[in-house]
Design a protein around this ligand. Structure first.
Ligand code: DGL
Length: 265
């Protein structure tokens, strides 16, 4: 099937986390249209097994391809680390994934100790193990599962004091191990930047992968001759698998969010 270069780029996550990639994407690809799918009826992915995550990713991919997506961004570390290999072998559309930024973090760290905050699904994946073994040979990697954080973020409870207490309980042990670089290994965690900045001493830098994803998307569009020829600014449409989408807590009032109904896992 011939892909139309003026079609949209599909972006999906278990919920609102992937929204944190949109500013970097729009800034580098201002003329592209995006269709964002939030699978919030099935969030969080972080506690699901690989088979269920692959199943959700395939359901969403089928929908995006049916609508004409020219490229798909898996805007979720948990989905990427568990499902991207299967997606790439089962579909011909190009996929861009997001993984914890271990390589730049290892490069930046002077203390040779880096923290990775991510979901259980990401930290237990073989792709994460492979990336760490390849790029973090010379540094100590302190892995921390961010249990419960996605639930707070999805519910829009960013100011809940219980969230700060929980986050502190994850950060303190990493600081004790002398980390000077913290990798945000879940796209949802970018929404915690204000709280993280309060908890972290100045010497600790925060690293995420959003700019790298945007640059890689541009490269792949160029390589496949899929850049839009549109001159005007692109648009973003939103779809959610939940009736009461958590997207509504984060998007400007009156933003239209359509419903994607899919079978349960
Ligand atoms: N935003 C996702 C990630 O980057 C997944 C969070 C979840 O659903 O557990 O890992």
């Amino acid at each position: 099937m011939k892909i139309n270069k003026n079609s949209f780029i599909g972006v999906f996550d278990s919920g609102i986390g992937g929204l944190s990639l949109l500013p970097a994407l729009i800034s580098i690809l201002p003329n592209e249209n995006f269709l964002y799918v939030s699978d919030d009826a099935f969030a969080p992915y972080g506690l699901k097994n690989k088979e269920s995550i692959v199943n959700r990713c395939e359901t969403i991919t089928d929908h995006l391809i049916e609508k004409g997506s020219k490229l798909i961004i898996v805007a979720c570390n948990t989905a990427t680390t568990n499902a991207i290999e299967t997606l790439r072998s089962n579909y011909s559309v190009p996929f861009i994934g997001i993984e914890p930024a271990i390589k730049p973090a290892a490069f930046k760290s002077k203390s040779k100790s880096i923290g990775v905050l991510a979901t259980e699904g990401t930290l237990s994946s073989s792709l994460f193990a492979k990336t760490s073994a390849t790029f973090a040979k010379d540094v100590k990697v302190i892995e921390q599962i961010g249990s419960g954080l996605v639930e707070f973020i999805e519910s829009g409870s960013l100011d809940d004091p219980k969230l700060s207490v929980l986050l502190e309980s994850y950060i303190k042990p990493m600081l004790k191990q002398n980390i000077d670089t913290l990798v945000l290994g879940c796209t949802h965690y970018s929404f915690l930047l204000p709280q993280l900045k309060k908890l972290l001493p100045n010497k600790v830098q925060i690293v995420d992968s959003s700019d790298a994803v945007a640059i890689q998307t541009l490269r792949i569009l160029e390589k496949n001759n899929l850049q839009s020829s549109r001159k005007e600014e692109g648009s973003i449409q939103y779809i959610s698998s939940a009736i009461e989408s958590s997207l509504l807590n984060f998007l400007p009032k009156n933003t239209n969010v359509s419903m994607l109904s899919t079978d349960p896992i």
